[in-house]
Design a protein around this ligand. Structure first.
Ligand SMILES: NC(=O)C1=CN([C@@H]2O[C@H](COP(=O)(O)OP(=O)(O)OC[C@H]3O[C@@H](n4cnc5c(N)ncnc54)[C@H](OP(=O)(O)O)[C@@H]3O)[C@@H](O)[C@H]2O)C=CC1
Ligand SMILES: CC(C)CCC[C@@H](C)[C@H]1CC[C@H]2C3=C(CC[C@]12C)[C@@]1(C)CCC(=O)C[C@@H]1CC3
Length: 348
């Protein structure tokens, strides 16, 4: 590994924590393409590459992290339990306690830059956000445990910024990441369509939201790593990274569905009715949990995301790091639909 690090140049050596995941794999691919030497630290190894050094372990274990961080200049921390897991203990352990372990390991290993994948949802409380800036306060009442722990995670990383000791941190807040190999958005949407649950538009269908193509998210992270240094505007700050093309939520869903030959939703259900039905269902499933575990398609969080405005300004990222999306929304939707032949509706 030391040879690879030297070959890439000390400044272009990195470790992607969570590198086996959806965003992580795209991150690894683009970093390699840019000539970085790349380590992956993840609890699972989900792909083979002779260009990558894999370190398997739990990011909550600092001793397991250290070998993966020694000699690297930049750490990208994009690991998190899946939002749908809804496991409060797991979220706290990984996103809060685990992130503190990541920070300690970075400091001990002499890593200079830590780029966290946070989430624009850290300011979302289930009510409209239109062109929200990073100055919005953290959600006082996060809708779910995932969001609650992403807030704690971001606060830990940004407050760890320590330029006097050559340790620089920043957080990237993407929103609604989609693209090839996404496990959370398109597969769940198609599953809902296949089970006949996608006949209704929640609300009036005019709520604009941000969906961000995965390659734009990666581009934002790499830009941040390259612009993060002593005295830069990135130190200890968070930055929204989106496609900068807010789109009605149900227009986006319909374009993915029709692109895969499914019928788009066409009837309307009032937002308040959908939200309270989802809340009632979540309470019922919580009561039944000791007996049976049932995953709801329409959780309160998902209904809130489906029925409210939530799009964010990227102006701060444009100014501080010269960010602009590298793949347009139209092209991104086309590539995404094209990448899921197995999810296309089988024609009789
Ligand atoms: N998807 C989206 O729309 C958005 C995602 N984000 C953030 O982007 C990041 C990446 O998300 P995404 O790629 O979708 O998520 P994935 O679940 O696809 O990837 C996360 C990776 O981290 C791994 N991981 C989880 N827990 C640990 C642990 N304790 N130790 C080591 N590795 C671990 C996961 O393994 P395993 O699969 O076994 O859990 C997985 O490989 C996350 O931080 C998420 O919060 C932010 C905004 C939007
Ligand atoms: C069943 C339908 C009402 C919705 C189907 C699509 C949803 C599964 C997705 C639409 C918006 C997505 C989203 C996320 C996960 C998947 C969706 C709810 C996140 C919660 C993932 C993690 C984040 O940090 C924020 C994302 C917001 C958008």
């Amino acid at each position: 590994m030391a040879t690879r690090l030297r070959a890439a140049g000390a400044g272009r050596s990195c470790t992607v924590i969570g590198g086996s995941g959806f965003l992580g794999q795209h991150m690894v691919e683009q970093l390699l393409a840019k000539g970085y030497s790349v380590n992956v630290f993840d609890i699972h190894k989900r792909f083979e590459s002779d260009q990558v050094t894999f370190f398997l372990g739990d990011l909550c274990d600092k001793e397991a992290l250290l070998p993966a961080l020694r000699g690297v200049a930049v750490v990208f921390h994009c690991a998190s339990p899946a939002p749908a897991s809804d496991n409060r203990e797991l979220f706290y352990r990984v996103n809060f306690t685990g992130t503190k372990a990541v920070i300690e390991a970075c400091r001990e290993a002499g890593v200079q830059k830590l780029v966290l994948t946070s989430s624009a949802s850290v300011v979302f409380e289930g009510t409209d956000i239109k062109n929200g800036s990073e100055d919005l306060p953290y959600a006082q009442k996060p809708i779910d445990y995932y969001t609650e722990t992403k807030i704690l995670q971001e606060k830990e990383v940004l407050s760890a910024n320590d330029p006097d000791n050559n340790f620089f941190t920043t957080a990237i807040r993407p929103h609604g990441i989609f693209g090839p190999r996404d496990p959370q958005l398109v597969p769940i949407l198609v599953q809902a369509a296949r089970s006949g649950k996608m006949k209704f538009i929640i609300g009036d269908g005019k709520n604009l939201v941000d969906f961000t193509y995965v390659e734009n998210v990666v581009h934002g992270h790499i830009l941040a790593a390259e612009k993060l240094h002593k005295g830069s505007a990135l130190c200890g700050k968070a930055f929204h990274i989106t496609n900068d093309e807010p789109i009605p939520f149900w227009t986006f869903m319909s374009r993915i569905l029709t692109g895969l030959d499914y019928d788009p939703p066409k009837y309307h259900i009032p937002y308040w009715l959908a939200y309270y039905l989802a809340l009632l269902l979540s309470l019922l499933l919580a009561l039944l949990r000791p007996l049976v575990t049932i995953k709801a398609t329409f959780t309160p969080m998902r209904v809130a995301l489906a029925g409210t405005f939530h799009y964010y300004s990227c102006e701060r990222a444009k100014r501080a790091m010269g960010y602009s999306p590298v793949v347009s929304l139209d092209e991104a939707i086309a590539r995404t639909v094209q990448s899921y032949p197995g999810l296309r509706r089988a024609r009789a």
